[in-house]
Design a protein around this ligand. Structure first.
Ligand code: ATP
Ligand code: MN
Length: 250
């Protein structure tokens, strides 16, 4: 329709290539007006120079491949319409950084986007392998792309892992540093939210909370249970209590 033709014209006028016909297809579903405006801004600031195809169309967000001067980007776009408003609210309300966020669905999604940016930045600062967050605007988060030739590294559940015991140890070390140095609990840790290529990478940190969140201890226990459930199929794992003590240093 007219709006999209205008979008294409304007975005091309800004020098951005639409790399993939698929991107155009998905665009019609997810690029509402708010998202288009946010995208304009990121393009205008020269933070995006090419937009590629969709990498993932999840329940809460869509992820597109992108580039900025040859650097691969993951462009994560939170859906404003279908987001799980109630669940998000609980994670936000208990987190002092975001407890004052109130109001519309939109405001909540924008805060959520900023929260994922902040969480990735904290993890990245202490040296945990995560995508480096580059920018955010409204419901769009830009981060470095973890993959090769526009193909993301596989999720842990699909990865060819040689030494599960070693990978388990590495992930435990990440969680411990996330807790002790970045002062965060991931809160959605699973074989889906870990990418693997030579080493594991933690992703999807929108729901991660600071340690003062009233539910942080429960989220940490859930993360450890998930991790042990998955790895116990492939290697010996210490019991939960012991793992929790190692993470919290108690
Ligand atoms: P949410 O659970 O927050 O609603 P989601 O689960 O759809 O969203 P993510 O887990 O962050 O979102 O990303 C979905 C998929 O997109 C990942 O499994 C991965 O394949 C790909 N992806 C996300 N971020 C990156 C990245 N930085 N580099 C490469 N691929 C990525
Ligand atoms: Mn995910």
């Amino acid at each position: 329709n007219d709006e999209y033709e205008q979008f294409d014209r304007e975005i091309e006028a800004m020098g951005v290539r639409i790399k993939d016909a698929d991107a155009v297809k998905v665009r019609d579903d997810v690029f509402d007006e708010v998202t288009l405006m946010a995208l304009y801004k990121l393009v205008h600031k020269k933070l995006i120079s090419a937009i590629g195809g969709p990498i993932s169309t999840g329940k809460e967000a869509n992820v597109f491949y992108g580039e900025r001067d040859g650097l691969g980007l993951a462009i994560k776009i939170y859906r404003i319409q279908t987001a799980n408003f109630k669940a998000m609210n609980e994670y936000l309300a208990g987190d002092r950084r975001f407890s004052s966020v109130r109001g519309t669905r939109k405001a909540l999604i924008f805060a959520w986007t900023k929260k994922e940016y902040s969480n990735l930045a904290r993890a990245h600062e202490v040296g945990i392998p995560v995508p480096e967050p580059l920018a955010f605007d409204r419901n769009i988060l830009l981060m470095t792309f973890l993959g090769e030739d526009e193909v993301p590294y596989p999720q842990l559940r699909n990865a060819a892992v040689e030494d599960y015991g070693a990978v388990y140890g590495t992930i435990l070390d990440y969680i411990k540093r996330l807790y002790q140095e970045a002062r965060l609990v991931h809160a959605d840790l699973s074989e889906y939210n870990i990418l693997y290529h030579e080493k594991p990478y933690l992703i999807d940190m929108g729901q991660a909370v600071t340690l003062d969140h009233p539910r942080a201890p429960a989220f940490l226990i859930r993360d450890v249970k998930n991790l042990n459930r998955y790895f116990s199929r492939y290697c010996d794992v210490p019991d939960e209590e012991e793992v929790l003590r190692a993470i919290t240093g108690t």
